[in-house]
Design a protein around this ligand. Sequence first.
Ligand SMILES: Nc1ncnc2c1ncn2[C@@H]1O[C@H](COP(=O)(O)OP(=O)(O)OP(=O)(O)O)[C@@H](O)[C@H]1O
Ligand SMILES: [Mg+2]
Length: 595
Amino acid sequence: MARIVGIDLGTTNSLVAFMDGERPRIIPAATGARMTPSVVGLDARGRLLVGDAAKGQLTVAPERTVAEVKRLMGSAERVRLGERTYSPTEISALVLRALKEDAERFFGEAVDEAVVTVPAYFTDAQRQATKDAGQLAGLRVDRILNEPTAAALAYGLDHLDKEQTVVVYDLGGGTFDVSVLEMYEGVLEVKASAGNNRLGGGDFDRSLADWIFEEMERTHAVDARRDPRLRARVLSAAEEAKRQLSGSEAAIVSLGGIAVRGGAPVSFEVEVSRRTLEERIEPLVRSTLESVRSALADAKVEARGVAEVVLVGGSSRVPLVRRMVAELFGKEPRRGVDPDEAVALGAAVQAGLKTGAISAQTGIMITDVCPFTLGVEVSATAGSQIVGGMFSPIIPRNSTVPVSRTEIYATAGDQQRVVEVRVFQGDARMVRNNVFLGQYTVEGIPPGPKGSQKVAITFSYDINGILQVTTKVLSTGKEASITIDKSPERMSIEERTSSAARLDREWAPGRPAGAAASTLAAPTPAAAPPAAEAAAAPEGELLAAGKRRLAGLPAAQAAELGAVITALEQAMKAGDRAAVARHEARLTDVLFALE
Ligand SMILES: Nc1ncnc2c1ncn2[C@@H]1O[C@H](COP(=O)(O)OP(=O)(O)OP(=O)(O)O)[C@@H](O)[C@H]1O
Ligand SMILES: [Mg+2]
């Protein structure tokens, strides 16, 4: 049986897991890390870096590094890395590719299929883009799984005998999802999901960074927002402080070299209290509770009737989040489910169900829902007036999937020969307040007075959350069907082929030795950089700056700096990009601290 891995493609971190017998297990990266930062960058030689290596250069080279690309999935936006641009799908493909290589190194054989998770609240276009990213990375993605459903699977595997209502609250780096499930006899039935695919820990960071920007401006008259590197350093310091505040009441934010005055570097230090953070993020956390209430209402479950609240996602470690969730449910959330790993482990369980690695005797089964209402735009007559832009739902939100529903519409005008089918997702009465998914034209309608011709529109929403629309002109029996995502943002086959070739060319196999499995198609080697460019590489510059600074330092400081320099030199010699990036980042910090 071919191997299928489970992948949690996160906004901040991504993980890959597999079924090790009857248990799901995380596959570590070559560095031993269990999570790979979802960060992609170009190194000074123009080669692509993924994961820790890219994260390491986020603050030193923000202009050629990108994080949180998941937020852009399915959009037509381009991501700039230095002089080049990429689609969000391509950037995600690089992250997936790194995970694929980790899995191949781990197994010593090729891996070409994955179950990939997405936020339950991801739209059709975002799901399609995720599938495309898999394909670009050389992974078949037949199955897309909702993140909270995956977490529920990981939890459910250990509680098969229970009969209870469970809520999974997943607050990650960039998205929020909540699902309400009924468990009985090994069946996990998702009753309702809700969420916000643009809310997560990254927003907490930005909110705290805004406070730091203001403090810096007030005390030092420095506007860090205007300098991309300083801005990136503030954001990273904000994230660090936020994490510390999960464990302590106060944290110190300390940044060296925020400006140069009279030839001397200026440094900045401020203490931030947990209270300050909580005041700022409270409205964001409150908004997640609204989604929770809405999911509970749709599932017809009372907050007090929920037996277990499972918190997943790194941001669920924020004490305010735990507190507010506990208050809503009147009980402490469950501990013992790893908030970082549950989604990836659940994806592996789903992969195991697909390959049959999980035997039928285990008896676990899961059903899911479509978390939003899907429908079309219609016109309605009000007296003698025709009002356009009205939303007519076809699939109500939280229907169990797969689901297929048909509605019949009549022509709105006399002698009407075409019908424009415009598809939307949302719950607003007017389509302008919903999310546009796509459109197409039904032609060849026999002319007649208005209302005389009828068109049946069928929506089929599959287990992966992909929508297929079929229309039938009743008088002629003529049918037409499209997968909704023929959107302009979707890559064509030619684009996919050329993009895959480009990524191959630019991919830096500079991951730790042995990372590239022999079963992979050999990437076209990147052209050797011109000597001048190599010499000007920032790693060389930074190292030289470090060595210059070493002279005349007091012993204790010289020892610290010397140790970082040695580590960096060794990593450079070994060609270990991840370590180089890490030591560079440390060297930058040490140099700043010395100023
Ligand atoms: N101890 C902590 N306290 C507060 N926040 C934390 C802590 N640890 C991690 N985080 C935050 O959790 C977020 C990352 O969580 P996670 O890895 O679950 O996200 P993700 O899966 O990448 O994102 P998503 O699921 O939204 O796509 C980051 O914003 C990080 O700052
Ligand atoms: Mg996540």
